[in-house]
Design a protein. Structure first.
Length: 127
């Protein structure tokens, strides 16, 4: 289950959202735990059915988002004469809220190799 209960560890549930969960300092963990408690209290006040809440959140938050590293790979490949990845990503992003099991590879954090690669994480504003 992806919902919080009194005996669940929110950091474990949300760990996939962090690039380096082991680097979260104790004081950050404490603040996060405090926020989770407030969030759980808010959910209890709201009284919405958990399944209904998940459905509502999924309708408002896309599963697939074009990440810089994804765009850069597609640009690099197209520059070499192969636009297939641009077409694939265009199809993916036409339905960003939908489950697309064949596209799960795009439902992931940025790979470590892209962390310091220009165009993937290191961007400049030149306007």
């Amino acid at each position: 289950s992806n919902t919080f209960s009194e005996d669940s560890d929110p950091l474990e549930i949300l760990g996939k959202a962090f690039y380096r969960p082991d680097d979260i300092r104790p004081e950050q963990q404490e603040k996060f735990q405090q926020w989770i408690i407030k969030y759980q209290e808010r959910l209890a006040e709201d009284g919405m059915d958990p399944e209904q809440r998940v459905e509502s959140m999924n309708l408002a938050n896309p599963k697939y988002v074009l990440r810089n590293y994804m765009a850069q790979i597609a640009i690099d490949q197209a520059t070499e004469g192969d636009p297939s990845l641009i077409k694939e990503m265009l199809e993916l992003l036409r339905r960003p809220y939908d489950e697309q099991p064949e596209q799960e590879k795009y439902f992931a954090l940025r790979p470590e190799w892209a962390r310091h690669r220009p165009g993937c994480s290191m961007l400049s504003c030149s306007s």
